[in-house]
Design a protein around this ligand. Sequence first.
Ligand code: GDP
Length: 461
Amino acid sequence: MQAGGPEPPARALRRRPSVAVVGFPNAGKSTLVNRLAGGREAVTDSEPGVTRDRRALQSEWNGLTFDLIDTGGVDLADSDELARAVQGQARAAIEEAEVILLVVDARSGLGPGDAELADLLRRSGRPVVVAANKVDRPDDHALAAELNALGLGEPISVSASHGLGTGDLLDRVVEELRRHLPDEQASDAEESPRIAILGRPNVGKSSLLNAMLGSDRVIVSERAGTTRDPVDTEVEVDGESIVLVDTAGLRRRGKVAGTVGYYAQLRSERAAERADAAIVVCDADEGLTAEDLRVAELAMRSGCATVLAMNKWDVSRTDIDDARARATRKLRLRPSIVTCSALTGRNVAAVLREAIRLAHRAAERIPTPELNRFVSGVMADRPPPQRHGRRLRIYYAAQVGRRPPRFAMQVNDRRLINRDWAFHLENRLRAAYELEGVPLVIDYVPRKGRRNRSAERAGRV
Ligand code: GDP
């Protein structure tokens, strides 16, 4: 997905994670897929680009729902052609799945093409689980050991036809999936967005909150015990449940003693830490001040997706384009600015809706294949930096966290990264996925350790 492209990326988000099953014909792929899917009938995959001979079966294990993709059969007599076809399938699998399951017939052992296939998978950087199939009897386990030579980690012995070992295999597959979606659990995904209203004194925070609570789109939830913290307010906005964080002080009419200065600062910090999104209220009559920028920095540093609300727009003398330019120049995360008036109620609902939208954005997950396509696109448009003839390479990208989004990029050498290019990648990501004002964490992870060791093992094959 390219920045500024016509296609909004939202549709691609929140897709079920998938596991692609690859291997040579006769390894027992389809039998294994049927076993792992628990005998469920094939779900026809309506996603574009999925050809007729591929099947996606929905599967569930240890509380995680995912798609098992049977990459279909290839039937070619010529062994070179066959190897090429299987490699082609593996490449497609790498493109579309989070985890690859390689099925090998342990009884016939490693054959021609297996080493190349393993090499292709290893170089992809995708997590691969090896199933040593047709281990029907305990004595056959020794056969599986031979598959260590593939350099893809410990193979797991299974018998697809007898239904043996499939639980262990699913454990491993789900473990790998979870490693790439550590907080993708449903419970977390369904938690209500938490929004904090921040800003320096007298900008109109209390007035804005009261205007929100007075709006007929916002219903204050009176259900006892709906919020864990009594200082928070649970509300329903257009039918969706939202928690407004630390509103106790703001809800009270009139000024609360001691809300300025050090304690107010401390209180904002705590509120920001407990929230997914922050509305940083500013006084439009005074324009965007240095202190407003500091509050916004604080919110984003605490991991909040942030929107600036230019309140008192009814009496404003501020040039909004000027304020926007200043926000973009001064705040690296480029939060957007929405104008509103707590006094007249104008745009108050829009401010809240924008904060909710941002909270959702920060909680979404970009599917691994899509993210990798995006990163390749950025690298093609603007080549990564190089030094002494060596260019930075990103082998593999995955989103490893949410709220705020966190990414791991596997690179050849971290020393090749420079600030400009890292910011460029971050900004492109922000623009493409509508993450303005959303903090992003990008970890550049050197490709070594496990990968090098497996490469060494492979070298001995
Ligand atoms: P807080 O300290 O940020 O909670 O600010 P308050 O909500 O107490 O508001 C400070 C002052 O600004 C009060 O006198 C409000 O009546 C006034 N105020 C708040 N919002 C608006 C607005 O949208 N327009 C105008 N003209 N005045 C506002």
